[in-house]
Ligand binder design. Structure first.
Ligand code: V0V
Ligand code: CO
Length: 166
């Protein structure tokens, strides 16, 4: 970890962290992974999307379809030209835990606060994430080894706990 300022110096960081949004798992075979999580563990596929910006095919699964935004697992199959994720797959022997995503009400402000703490937030401006969300990432070398994603869910997203909680 290489934080230059600790949260206590700033009077508390991310007071409105909404909780876990999803866990991202990189896979080399999407169908095999879906079969495992759906048929063995009882997850349901709740969303599929090709994200051209991130160069991944994504499948979101959940085992609590009625509960908005909870217990989500994101399977990621990199496009062939996604060199970074392809490298990750090779290093992890064909797949592995890739990132943990947290929901925040405002990804710009969350990114700014984290940057003020000295951690590397990857994008200057948020980018397009799943289901119309806006996302940013914190470098795994600044989090203790886990790539951290920040997600601002789209307004009205039926899976958004915030939108549903009024
Ligand atoms: C790389 N490293 C990781 C890692 N990826 N460590 C933990 N978790 C990961 N996911 C480590 C790697 O083992 C090396 O450690 C070091 O970082 C440099 O590796 P690299 O192969 O040279 O990787 P980089 O630095 O080129 O790229 C790593 C970053 C890249 C994090 C910068 O993955 C990135 O830009 N990620 C953000 C975008 C993304 O991940 N998109 C896919 C999800 P050693 O060997 O030096 O110790 S898209 C998504 O979630 C969406 C759309 C959504 O949720 O809506
Ligand atoms: Co993600």
């Amino acid at each position: 970890m290489s934080m230059t300022r600790m949260p206590s110096d700033l009077g508390g960081v991310l007071p409105e962290l909404l909780g876990l949004d999803h866990v991202g798992v990189a896979v080399a075979d999407l169908d095999a992974a879906i079969t495992f999580y759906r048929d063995l563990l009882g997850f349901q596929v709740v969303h599929r999307e090709d994200n051209l910006d991130q160069q991944v095919s994504e499948v979101m699964l959940s085992n609590r379809e009625g509960e908005p935004g909870s217990n989500q697992l994101q399977l990621l199959l990199p496009f062939a030209e996604n060199a970074v994720l392809q490298r990750f797959l090779v290093r992890r022997g064909g797949g592995g835990l890739h990132h943990v995503a947290y929901a925040v009400p405002d990804v710009r402000s969350a990114s700014r606060i984290l940057r003020q703490c000295g951690v590397r937030v990857l994008y200057d401006a948020p980018r397009a994430g799943t289901r119309g969300s806006q996302i940013n990432f914190v470098h795994p070398k600044d989090t203790g080894g886990v790539l951290l994603e920040l997600v601002e869910r789209a307004t009205g997203d039926p899976h958004s706990g915030r939108a549903n909680s009024g």
